[in-house]
Ligand binder design. Structure first.
Ligand code: KIV
Ligand code: NA
Length: 264
């Protein structure tokens, strides 16, 4: 079997070739992403993107494990990182270890990702010292949207920058091998990237981050309304809709199936 991208390989990409990260939740799309990305993220965004939830709060361990297993089966080269869902790691380092170990055991993933800055540093230290590779996630952290009052770009007030930089620094010092920086002012993303010794992976952040991540469905144009920081590299939504409309019309006027699609 082909060896996957390793944690040290990603960690070594600070100030190097940009790290390419995309989400995937299913085997077939993971196979497509695997041909091009260094890291496949099984994001808890799947709660909203695939399951129609209002936020990521309702995502469970079971959902992440099921999609994580599918993505592992569909890929063979990229590192697969799986999001720890809300409620599975915040209580204590021990709770986090138990659930992260289960995630690794049941999926075979290369690393886990969890949200939070300085407040999660003790937990990240506990996990990384015990063999669990952790990707951090700071800035806009969607699992805290209720306390933050919505999906709000962080660092609009420059007075808040030191606290954000401290968050990222604490996560890196605790042993995270890379850090997602989401939804922050460009200048703050640059300051964080300069401050931490591990690669930053930006989303709604800065082109100077050490890598970039997008939600695959968003960048393919499959998700309807998307935030300003998403660039639609594809426009599959309208194309899928047109194909479905054509099928429906063909069924209704009996032009499908034709002799090519029936067994005689
Ligand atoms: O859940 C997710 O897809 C994520 C990325 C957007 C970073 O956490
Ligand atoms: Na996430």
């Amino acid at each position: 079997p082909i060896r996957r991208v390793t944690v040290p390989q990603i960690a070594a990409r600070k100030n190097d070739q940009p790290i390419v990260v995309l989400t995937a939740y299913t085997a077939p799309l993971a196979a497509l992403v695997d041909d091009h990305a260094d890291v496949i993220l099984v994001g808890d965004s799947l709660g909203m993107v695939v399951h129609g939830l209002e936020s990521t709060i309702g995502v469970t361990m079971e959902m992440m494990i099921l999609h994580g297993q599918a993505v592992m089966r569909g890929s063979r080269r990229a590192m697969v990182v799986i999001d720890m869902p809300f409620g599975s790691y915040e209580e204590s380092p021990e709770q986090a270890f138990r659930n992260c170990a289960r995630m690794m055991r049941e999926t075979g993933c290369g690393a886990v990702k969890l949200e939070g800055g300085a407040r999660m540093a003790d937990t990240i230290r506990f996990l990384t010292r015990r063999g669990i590779p952790v990707m951090g996630h700071v800035g806009l952290t969607p699992q805290s949207t209720l306390t933050m009052g919505g999906f709000k770009t962080q660092g609009r007030d420059q007075d808040s920058w030191p606290a954000h930089i401290e968050d990222a620094t604490a996560v890196a010092e605790a042993g995270a091998f890379s850090i997602v920086v989401e939804g922050v002012m460009e200048g703050l993303a640059d300051r964080i990237t300069e401050a931490v010794p591990v690669p930053t992976i930006g989303i709604g952040a800065s082109a100077r981050c050490d890598g970039q991540v997008l939600v695959l469905d968003d960048m393919l144009g499959l998700s309807g309304r998307v935030p300003r920081f998403v660039k639609k590299f594809g426009d599959l939504g309208p194309r899928a809709s047109a194909a479905i409309a054509e099928y429906a019309a063909a069924v209704r006027d009996r032009s499908f199936p034709t002799e090519e699609q029936v067994y005689r």
